[in-house]
Design a protein around this ligand. Structure first.
Ligand SMILES: [Zn+2]
Length: 418
């Protein structure tokens, strides 16, 4: 009983601390961007005009306002599920309807996801059709938005339910070492999904057409050969169906790798600049950033499963988070859900570490592109992308430290010869 109250107190304290820190970061970001709105920073005076700079500031401020509502909703929802007894209520309801067993546990997790999704739906609608629309980024129709939702739900169920059933079953039947089996199954399954995604999942959402630019393809092929990179074709993705934001990326593994450019990117950049952006992506490959990230995540997930293997045996973990564990053995879904809700609260103050690592990877990729392609072209491509995506040039340094996977424009350009 004492441990249970202690667990509640620690969780409540950590949640308050998280929320205050996030509010503080948001208010810093708002203040910083608003303060620098009147003038283009001197380093960009020649390349970015005042209206673009102010649009980026207004867009950033609008996103920050929405983030405030997001934060309030997330915090309330987390409290409602845990200390206010929402999860316990849902569990009892399904127990009465279905009785204990694997199906009840699957239903608990599925309803948890559906309820969370429905509650977040209005904000998601607002983000696309009000915020993105106001700044001229949204290209989505309401019917495309709806069909995306249906597809995500269908594919999520198709891919998610079998592995969920397997993990829940292993938790029940796998003995004391269940967490090793569950971790291994989930890790292999994630690799499998990453492997099938480019050919089976992504085409459900976008059209991929071969790149019709032999000159660009030839230039990019030279870079690829030098890096020892083999790709199974170059594709253009119709990103403009949904948004005016732009990007470029690799998908797939081994010889199945594809190079994908957003059609929006092709419109914005010259072929010199495209080559430099591609060289940046190649830099990520050359430095093995993706492989390292998968390795790190797999390791983190092993630690997570080991911790869950211990927590599931502690009554205070359940009662401290507002749930009465069953006398029978079927607490697996409850433990899994509580763990996944509490984990981000426990880990928030570590997020600057992973953001820092990600920003260092970006610098490495930039310097690869400068060496093997062209610094001035990468710099002008970045400036265009910052401008077209209305990315602020003046983010708050603390906000960057916690949230940004990419370094601010000024820092990236300072390292490039222009
Ligand atoms: Zn990058």
């Amino acid at each position: 009983m004492k441990l249970s109250i202690l667990m509640s107190l620690i969780f409540a304290f950590a949640l308050v601390l998280n929320t205050l820190a996030k509010l503080w970061l948001l208010s810093r970001q708002v203040k910083h961007v608003a303060q620098h709105r009147a003038q283009v920073p001197s380093a960009f005076a020649k390349s970015i005009d005042l209206p673009s700079h102010q649009k980026a500031a207004d867009y950033t401020l609008a996103k920050a306002r929405l983030a405030w509502y997001d934060l309030a909703l997330d915090t309330l929802l987390l409290l409602a599920w845990t200390l206010m007894g929402g999860l316990a209520w849902l569990d009892q309801l399904l127990l009465q309807a279905m009785g204990p067993g694997l199906w009840q546990q699957m239903a608990l997790i599925a309803s948890f996801i559906v309820i969370g999704g429905l509650i977040n739906l209005p904000l998601s609608w607002y983000r696309t059709f009000v915020l993105e629309h106001r700044f001229g980024f949204n290209r989505m129709t309401f019917s495309l938005w709806c069909s995306d939702l249906i597809k995500v739900a269908a594919i999520g169920s198709l891919l998610g339910l079998p592995i969920l059933a397997l993990v829940l079953w292993l938790m029940q039947a796998g003995g004391d070492q269940w967490w090793i089996f569950a971790w291994a199954s989930l890790s292999l399954y994630q690799l499998f999904v990453m492997w099938i995604a480019p050919n089976l999942i992504m085409p459900l959402f976008n059209k991929f057409t071969p790149l019709q630019d032999p000159a660009l393809e030839a230039r990019v092929s030279v870079l690829m050969q030098r890096a020892g990179f083999t790709a199974n074709g170059f594709f253009v993705m119709d990103g403009s169906r949904r948004s005016a934001h732009s990007n470029a990326f690799f998908t797939g593994f081994g010889s199945h790798k594809r190079v994908v450019f957003y059609d929006t990117l092709l419109k914005q950049l010259s072929s010199d600049e495209m080559e430099a952006v591609f060289a940046h992506e190649l830099g990520h490959f050359k430095h093995k950033h993706v492989a390292q990230m998968i390795g790190l995540q797999t390791l983190q997930s092993l630690l997570g499963f080991a911790l869950l293997g211990w927590l599931i045996q502690q009554t205070w973990f359940f009662t401290g988070l507002g749930v009465q564990p069953h006398m029978s053995d079927s607490n697996q879904a409850l433990a899994l859900l509580l763990f996944l809700m509490v984990l981000p609260v426990a880990m928030f103050f570590l997020s600057p570490l992973s953001a820092l690592h990600s920003r260092q990877c970006e610098f490495q990729a930039d310097s690869y592109a400068v060496q093997h392609s062209s610094g001035p072209h990468l710099a002008s491509a970045l400036l265009k992308l910052y401008q077209d995506n209305a990315t602020t040039l003046t983010p708050d340094p603390w906000f960057v430290a916690f949230y940004h996977s990419h370094p601010p424009a000024a820092q990236r350009l300072a390292r490039m010869p222009t």
